[in-house]
Design a protein. Structure first.
Length: 98
């Protein structure tokens, strides 16, 4: 079994401790986010819609159009839309498939 030199051991310990601190911060932030959603829900906002908006805001316009196009094509294929998908939706679907 190989042993690490003292300086390497110290460096490893430092990385581990930093990661542990970051994990604790991450848990605290997740709790804060949960509290914000509960606060928004308490005054009547739809948190499911809020989460979707946050997800959409992280996407570029192109990514969002591709996703919407794919959804429109799939929904039409399943009979969930009465009108055929728009040409832009079909193009977005085809672009995403490439």
């Amino acid at each position: 079994m190989t042993t690490l030199q003292a300086s390497t051991q110290a460096q490893l310990r430092q990385f581990i401790e930093q990661i542990e601190r970051l994990e604790e911060e991450k848990k605290a932030i997740a709790s804060d986010i949960k509290d914000k959603f509960a606060e928004a829900k308490a005054i009547g906002f739809d948190t499911k819609a809020m989460r979707k908006i946050i997800q959409l805001r992280k996407q570029s316009d192109v990514e969002r159009q591709e996703e919407e196009g794919i959804l429109e094509v799939y929904m039409h294929a399943l009979g969930m839309l009465t009108e055929a998908p728009s040409e832009s939706s079909v193009n977005a679907f085809l672009d995403a498939a490439e």
